[in-house]
Every structure is written in structure tokens, then in C-alpha cells.
Design a protein around this ligand. Structure first.
Ligand code: C2E
Ligand code: MG
Ligand code: MG
Ligand code: MG
Length: 281
């Protein structure tokens, strides 16, 4: 199951098994070339401490500069890569590049904050995933505590016990795990209680109309209260307005991410952002 960003719809690729469109076949082929031609790039979006406004991390978000079509959104090509299995190769590239960039920034001495990397369920559940992470950390030199992995609730659905074990092994490397797009999946709250995760990221769809939709307001408040009870930090994604920010702060949200602060930027442009975003006015 993959959710395509921005459309707010669910595509049941597994169940559906519709034949790929001509366009998808071409894109898959192009994606294979994209790796060789260096067309993928990582951008980074800061994650801000809700109260102090200082940086607490950056999230790596992959971009594809297609030679003919221009920029293709990860919301389009990641689900495609998940269908074909290309996500394994793409994901490995992303993880390595994010660690290299993180190490580079660390060496240069600016804003030493963890880098968060999105990991597809397929990638996370591969037999040697922890070994892969260990190897990439060793090769790039990035300390494990400067790496965070973002997985969706999908990883919890198949085998919770195995997932818990995986997360423990990652923890031994210093690597923490966040649950992305929280509240959109089907996982039981019981899993959340048992998971050695460190953060939940509220899905953008809750934030978008948090001020006008009482249901979303209640969901957000409920998730924050519950997460804090379980010693988990809460990140709100998609914060675009000061009103949203203020509401989230009032509800006890710990970390904020969104266009209000910055879009995802090429690594070289991060240095031009303020080290601290203004406090509540
Ligand atoms: P996500 O991990 O939940 O990332 C958040 C998405 O929200 C990003 O979209 C980000 O640019 C966007 N966003 C952040 N702030 C705002 C805001 O204030 N307003 C709005 N409207 N959007 C905001 P992006 O970069 O297009 O990525 C979409 C999704 O693609 C990601 O959702 C993630 O699920 C997936 N993705 C991106 N990069 C990777 C990757 O390297 N590996 C994997 N497996 N998935 C990735
Ligand atoms: Mg994410
Ligand atoms: Mg998300
Ligand atoms: Mg997502």
C-alpha cells in the first residue's frame, strides 16, 4: 500500500494489480538511468524546536531532475520504485548521501543536528537492513546518534515483534526511529506503546485544517497527549502559518517542520537560513 502525497488518496497497488501504464513503464526505465546519470538529489528541510525556534534536525527529501520532464516529485516516483523494487537501490543511495552530507556539515561545524532519512517499508524489512545502516555509518564516519530513520505505520502491520527487534538493533547503533505520517495508517496504539521509537510525526493532513476542523484538532491533541505519556516527542509537518504554529505550541507539540520556516533546500543553501527562527510573537 502506498499513499501518494498531495492527492490524499490511497492506492492499493498490491490488491489492484492493474497493468502499468505506458507512462509508468517509461518512468521506471528512466529511473534506472537516473541513478547512473546522477539525476537524484537530496534536499533538506529543517526541523525546529517549537519553543526555542532553534534547529533540532533536518529531513532529507529526495528530488529527481528528469532530463525532459523537469522535477518529478517523490510522491510520484517513490511509490513507483516501491512497486518495482527499485526502491532498494534508491533508498541505499539516499541513506549514503544523507550520511555523507551530514558528515560534511558536521566537519564544517555548522548546526550539528541529526539528519532524518525516509525508509520505505520494503527497505526496512530487508533481511540485512541493520547491517547496511551499520556499514554506511562506518564508511561515512557519521556517528549513529546523528542519524534518524523515518518509517510509516506500514512497517508495524506485518510482524510487530520483528519490527521491535529491528528498532532495538538500530538503537544499539545510536540510530533512532520516528513514525512518519502518524495517524493515517491502521496500526494499533498497542504497537506504539511497545515500540522503541523516539518520535511520531503528525501527518500533514491533520495540520492543514487544524484551526478549522474540530475533529482534526481533537485528533492532534489526542496524539500529543498519548505520545507524551509514552515518552515520545511529537513533530508536526506542514506548518505553513503562524496561527498553525501557535496552536501547535499551545497543544504541546515539541517540534515543527514546514514552509513557515523553510522548504527543503539543497545542502549548500542550508547555511543561509537563520540559526534560530523567531519565537512566538
Ligand atoms: P514525508 O516524509 O511525510 O515528507 C514531508 C513532505 O511534506 C515533503 O514532501 C515536504 O516537502 C512536504 N512539506 C514540508 N513542509 C510542508 C508545508 O509546509 N506544506 C506542504 N504543503 N508540504 C510540506 P516531498 O519532499 O514531496 O516528499 C513526499 C513524500 O515522499 C515524503 O513524505 C516521503 O514519504 C516520500 N519521500 C521523500 N523522500 C524520500 C526518500 O528519500 N525515501 C523514501 N522512501 N521516501 C521519500
Ligand atoms: Mg518523512
Ligand atoms: Mg510525513
Ligand atoms: Mg510520507
Amino acid at each position: 500500500v502506498a499513499k501518494s502525497r498531495g492527492m490524499n488518496t490511497w492506492h492499493w497497488y498490491e490488491q489492484e494489480r492493474r497493468p502499468a501504464t505506458q507512462d509508468e513503464i517509461i518512468l521506471r526505465h528512466d529511473l534506472r538511468l537516473a541513478m547512473e546519470r546522477n539525476e537524484l538529489e537530496l534536499h533538506y528541510q529543517p526541523v525546529i524546536d517549537a519553543v526555542s525556534g532553534s534547529w533540532r534536525g533536518v529531513e532529507a527529501l529526495v528530488r529527481w531532475h528528469h532530463p525532459q520532464r523537469g522535477m518529478i516529485s517523490p510522491g510520484v516516483f517513490i511509490p513507483l520504485a516501491e512497486q518495482t523494487g527499485q526502491i532498494i537501490e534508491v533508498g541505499r543511495w539516499v541513506l549514503r548521501r544523507a550520511c555523507e552530507d551530514g558528515m560534511q556539515r558536521w566537519r564544517e561545524g555548522h548546526r550539528v543536528v541529526p539528519v532524518a532519512v525516509n525508509i520505505s517499508t520494503l527497505q526496512f524489512r530487508r533481511r540485512n537492513f541493520v547491517e547496511e545502516v551499520r556499514a554506511i555509518l562506518a564508511e561515512t564516519g557519521l556517528p549513529g546518534h546523528l542519524l534518524e530513520l523515518e518509517v510509516t505505520e506500514g512497517v508495524l502491520m506485518e510482524n510487530a515483534q520483528e519490527t521491535i527487534e529491528l528498532m532495538k538493533q538500530l538503537r544499539e547503533l545510536g540510530v533512532t526511529v520516528s513514525i512518519d505520517d502518524f495517524g493515517t495508517g491502521y496500526s494499533s496504539l498497542r504497537y506504539l506503546r511497545d515500540l522503541p521509537a523516539s518520535k511520531v510525526k503528525l501527518d500533514i493532513s491533520f495540520i492543514r485544517d487544524i484551526l478549522t476542523n474540530p475533529d482534526n484538532m481533537a485528533i492532534v491533541q489526542g496524539i500529543i497527549t498519548m505520545a507524551h505519556h509514552m515518552q515520545l516527542k511529537v513533530v508536526a509537518e506542514g506548518v505553513e502559518t503562524e496561527a498553525q504554529r501557535d496552536d501547535l505550541i499551545a497543544r504541546g507539540c515539541d517540534l515543527l517542520q514546514g514552509f513557515l520556516f523553510s522548504r527543503a533546500l539543497p545542502v549548500a543553501e542550508l547555511a543561509s537560513l537563520p540559526t534560530r527562527f523567531p519565537d512566538r510573537s
